[in-house]
Design a protein around this ligand. Structure first.
Ligand SMILES: *Cc1c(COP(=O)(O)O)cnc(C)c1O
Length: 377
């Protein structure tokens, strides 16, 4: 869906120079670009620490493992320890909970924002708060969760908040950058994300010195000293080369997120009166970065529309076709709160349109026209 070649051409000079610098210094592991990127993003977010990791998935696992060590004094959480998240996300969010030893509890989504329903989350905490150790709000499609309500629950029940910001780099809640609101924030530099590298990469932000120390140990085999380790660790460092590419692209992130909003605005203007679809709704306190522009198409027309667009040369995607609680990996390892019917409805109705920072107005108009002409017949 995304024309990464177009983006590369746009910033070729910066990226080529960054790679050439790496070729010259040959410091492939923990090279200077890793530290510079960590400091640059920490400053951007307003957090004390940022720590490069090998992917967004590992960023989540490292966060949860560090929290288990800090809170429980143990390497892993126990099965009785519950972590609340949404069933309408990428597998990695739930998988990271399993890998930390805890049990994922899936709470239904708000049908308007597709993010965790905070009222249902509060209801779960009221009933079972003593079992809950934390929650992972996912800022889906680039839009912030209600971080005020989430902070309230965190305080009331003494539970941690790990933000999954894989889809929302640069987004904010009440003008506070996502990644500065939880105990940690987990970013992905997967190539298709708003700030993507040329391969896998990720980052963890935190204001907590102890958690930062633990994460730095865990991502290089579990010790301060690689040859005498304290914890069950990983090899989950951010590559120097990926850091260099991400750093070069970082210069453009605000401009690109603004462009994404411009494309989104055009889609909204053109599609707002089209019958049979729901356009994304922007929460008044969220600064959306439109990782995806996702429509809701009711009455079983979604798949036919997707086919029609394909026939007109337009690639669209369904994020996500299967909710986590229906996946085999979570079959016997999760808990659900209630029937999760909004998540189950969303998987049958959502459709993400092409949205690209360099997408021209004609392309956006062409896509919007193809949608309205199909739905008006
Ligand atoms: C992409 C993504 C991840 C995982 O990031 P990777 O870098 O691919 O490991 C986690 N959560 C969400 C919501 C994502 O979109």
């Amino acid at each position: 869906m995304l024309d990464l070649k177009l983006e590369y051409d746009y910033m070729k000079k910066d990226i080529d120079a960054a790679i050439a610098t790496c070729l010259a210094h040959q410091k492939w592991i923990f090279g200077p670009e890793v530290k510079t990127l960590e400091e640059t993003i920490a400053k951007y977010l307003g957090t004390k620490h940022c720590i490069g990791a090998s992917s967004g998935t590992e960023a989540l696992v490292l966060s949860l493992r560090a929290l288990a060590i800090k809170l429980k004094g143990k390497e892993y959480f126990d099965k009785q320890d519950e972590i609340i998240t949404t069933p309408f996300t990428f597998t990695a969010t739930g998988d990271a909970i399993l890998r930390s030893g805890a049990t994922p509890v899936f709470v239904d989504i708000d049908p308007v924002t597709y993010n965790l329903d905070v009222r249902k989350t509060a209801a779960y905490c009221a009933a079972h708060g003593s079992r809950v150790v934390g929650m992972i709000p996912v800022h889906l499609y680039g839009q912030a969760c209600d971080m005020d309500e989430i902070a309230k629950l965190s305080q009331q029940y003494g539970i941690f908040v790990v933000e999954d910001i894989a889809q929302a780099f640069g987004g904010s809640w009440k003008n506070r950058k996502l990644g500065s609101l939880g105990i940690t924030g987990c970013f992905s530099f997967f190539p298709s994300k708003n700030l993507g590298g040329f391969g896998d990469g990720g980052m963890i932000s935190t204001n907590d010195d102890g958690i930062a120390d633990l994460i730095r140990m865990l991502l290089k085999h579990g010790g301060k000293d690689k040859y005498n380790v304290d914890h069950i660790g990983y090899n989950a460092r951010l590559d120097t080369l990926q850091a260099a590419v991400v750093l070069a692209k970082f210069k453009y992130i605000d401009e690109f997120n603004t462009n994404r909003n411009t494309v989104a605005k055009q889609y909204a203007d053109q599609l707002k009166d089209t019958q049979g679809i729901g356009i994304p709704s922007i929460h008044e306190h969220a600064q959306h970065v439109f990782h995806q522009y996702t429509l809701r198409i009711a009455q079983g027309k979604r798949d036919a529309l997707q086919k029609h667009l394909k026939e007109n040369g337009i690639d669209t995607m369904v994020y996500y076709p299967v909710p986590l609680h229906k996946m085999k990996v979570f079959e016997t390892s999760h808990k659900s709160f209630g029937d999760l019917k909004e998540a189950e409805r969303a998987v049958t109705e959502v459709l993400s349109l092409p949205i690209e920072p360099l997408q021209g107005t004609e392309t956006t108009a062409y896509v919007a026209d193809a949608i309205s002409s199909f739905l008006s017949v």
